[in-house]
Design a protein around this ligand. Structure first.
Ligand code: ACO
Length: 319
């Protein structure tokens, strides 16, 4: 038995911040950001918006597309680095907001690989019979863990949520998943602060060694993509759509070149969404499904890499 994605959804906060607007408050330019990253704009959550609220809107869209009522949801896995609170999990808060039943709900913390991790875990639970269907969400409000005076990081990220609904598959579906981590690289991309004694000890903002992240990401994304394709018994030439984590167009292009996947077969949203961490892959998938690019029978390759370091890939045959 396999699982397949029966519906997708996404939610972006209404406020759009262009590169030019950012350049009014920090020493940067539209030209620098576009040429280094491919990013033109990002969506930024308003004061009262929450990660679970964005997740709720994306989940409602995905459930409607799958034809599944919230009360019938059996399992909820939310990938996020920016939860509503330390606990309970954003998945539990989402469950209550949705009016979903009493099945398991938990968060996965694998930063920008989070959605691929969450998909692999939910797929394994469906295959084992532990759940009949699953809502898998990537949701982030990164704007709240950015130092808006640090031009090296604040220009790169955005906010949003993407969701998919997994159901048992008679044919097609998730053919293979591969996950990895190497904690030795924990310091090249991190938010080192911790809540302690009623305050924050250390910095609560994203810290990144950009050059190191770039090289590591390109290397492991290509490796894990080939590993997952091998497990699925497919050559790279069978890939109809590459949907990578939308960190940076240069990382995405370098990975596609390494894999010999033509640029036209890669789904790109980083120009409009920036890097939305765990939400970037499900939002890009939803866009490509809704605009008709991803169609029945297509092979879709999802690849993610993020802080930890963590990385992973999933190969699907769209049913
Ligand atoms: N605007 C203008 N200048 C800037 C900005 C900015 N926003 N940010 C940095 N600079 C300056 C630097 O200070 C430096 O100036 P200096 O030479 O006077 O010291 C200069 O630009 C060059 O900086 P580099 O770091 O060498 O620029 P580079 O070409 O490497 O690009 C970048 C930086 C875009 C961060 C690149 O290293 C990169 O893409 N790294 C990957 C990081 C990434 O994508 N992270 C996302 C999170 S990780 C993930 O999702 C997996």
């Amino acid at each position: 038995m396999r699982s397949r994605i029966a519906g997708t959804g996404r939610c972006l906060p209404g406020r759009v911040v262009t590169n030019d607007e950012l350049a009014l408050s920090v020493a940067t330019s539209d030209e620098w950001i576009r040429t280094r990253t491919g990013i033109r704009q990002r969506h930024v959550a308003a004061e009262g918006e929450t990660t679970s609220g964005l997740a709720l809107a994306a989940s409602r869209e995905a459930l409607a597309a799958a034809g599944i009522a919230p009360s019938d949801v059996d399992l909820i896995v939310v990938a996020t680095t920016t939860p509503d609170m330390i606990f309970p999990s954003t998945a539990c808060i989402l469950q209550a907001k949705l009016g979903a039943g009493g099945g398991p709900a938990f968060d996965v913390q694998a930063v920008c690989s989070g959605f691929v991790y969450a998909l692999a875990v939910a797929d394994a639970m469906l295959r084992s019979g532990a759940a009949r269907n699953a809502l898998v969400v990537g949701a982030e409000i990164y704007s709240r863990i950015l130092d808006w005076n640090d031009r090296g990081t604040c220009v790169l990220f955005g906010d949003g949520a993407g969701a998919v609904v997994l159901v048992p598959a008679a044919e097609g579906g998730i053919l293979a998943t591969k996950l990895h981590a190497d904690g030795h690289h924990k310091d090249i991309l991190c938010v080192p602060g911790q809540v302690r004694a009623g305050g924050i000890a250390g910095t609560p903002f994203v810290r990144m060694d950009g050059g190191h992240v770039f090289k590591f990401a390109v290397k492991v994304l290509a490796e894990v993509a080939l590993e997952a394709l091998d497990a699925a018994g497919l050559p790279v030439s069978a890939v109809d759509w590459l949907i990578p984590h939308q960190a940076n167009l240069r990382i995405m292009d370098a990975t596609a070149r390494k894999l010999h996947v033509p640029h036209e077969r890669m789904v790109v949203t980083v120009d409009r969404h920036a890097n939305v961490s765990a939400a970037s892959i499900p939002m890009a998938l939803d866009e490509a499904v809704r605009d008709g690019r991803v169609r029945s029978g297509h092979h879709v390759l999802l690849t993610g890499v993020g802080g930890g370091f963590t990385w992973g890939a999933a190969v699907l045959r769209w049913a």
